[in-house]
Design a protein around this ligand. Sequence first.
Ligand SMILES: Cc1ncc(COP(=O)(O)O)c(C=O)c1O
Length: 346
Amino acid sequence: MKHLNKTILDVIGNTPIIKINKLAKHVSSDIYVKLEFMNPGGSIKDRLGYVMCKKAVERGQLKPGGIIIEATSGNTGVGISMFAAIHGYKAVFVMADKQSQEKINNLKAFGAEVITCPTNVAPEDPRSYYSVAALMAKEIPNSVFMNQYDNKDNFACHYEWTGPEIFEQTRGEFDVYCAGVGTGGTISGTGTYLKEKIKGLKVVGVDIEGSILAHYHKTKEVIEGHGYVLEGIGEDFLPDNVKFDVIDEFVMVKDEESFQMTRRMLKEEGIYAGGSCGAALLGAIRYAETLKTPKRILTVLPDSGNRYAGRIYNDQWMREKGYQVNTDTKTQDLIQKILKNAGVKL
Ligand SMILES: Cc1ncc(COP(=O)(O)O)c(C=O)c1O
């Protein structure tokens, strides 16, 4: 059995790429998606957690019995937790309180400590999740703050791993690389590598209304961000890992339309993905709609839908947020009629 993988960490990566069919029927370009939710921990951040921890161990920063600290919207926490479980580290995660309960529960299930902080405070506020994470790192002995926003290993993870993997899988046969931007690691690392390999490749970022990233890219002006519901992409500050010169242009999306696309992706393509995946796909489709000649567009779907079962995929939550829910009552009406006619009371 020596040929088998040794741990869960060995099966991170090598995620499949598939074509989008129905949802891209109205554009002449082809849209492909890389299913990063097929990583064992359910997101692209499995790669990041693994790489940041491994490099911290190699550099001697993370020592036996050490405590890993991270500010996370949840997914990076899972990636780190898998590494921590295998190698025996404790983890402390600091999250904004807008993150789904599923994400918080997942991290606690790994045995991590989770601190939730108010979402709608400025990044420099001592209560913000960035500030609290930095405070923990300063005060907890033998701890390492991974800081995915500014940690160079984030860029390196995607430059050295995700980028080459995509190039190998596609043989470089595509014209546009499109990704949502949060810490910026994915688009910057992967985009830099792919631009070195594919002549004329365009890199398109997807940003969410309320975030400051696309506006900064266009104007070099730092504005104040305002709240949005979508988890994973957009920022209210400029992380070091967003390499603005690698990104050719941004496409903007909004909360509700991203969630509707996420739900349609499941109903029409059978892809159970998270909200930032709907945003990324919507961004790719929107970009395709502007093209005069057909192109091959590849986008990344960062995480799994099961983290959002109680939110995006929950009609009640959607209605409470004021979002439209289209329910097809025809089959339900038929079922009720059959049961009634047969006198079956359930
Ligand atoms: C669900 C989700 N989508 C997208 C992203 C953005 O990726 P990156 O941080 O590499 O820019 C993140 C990052 O936290 C995420 O959690």
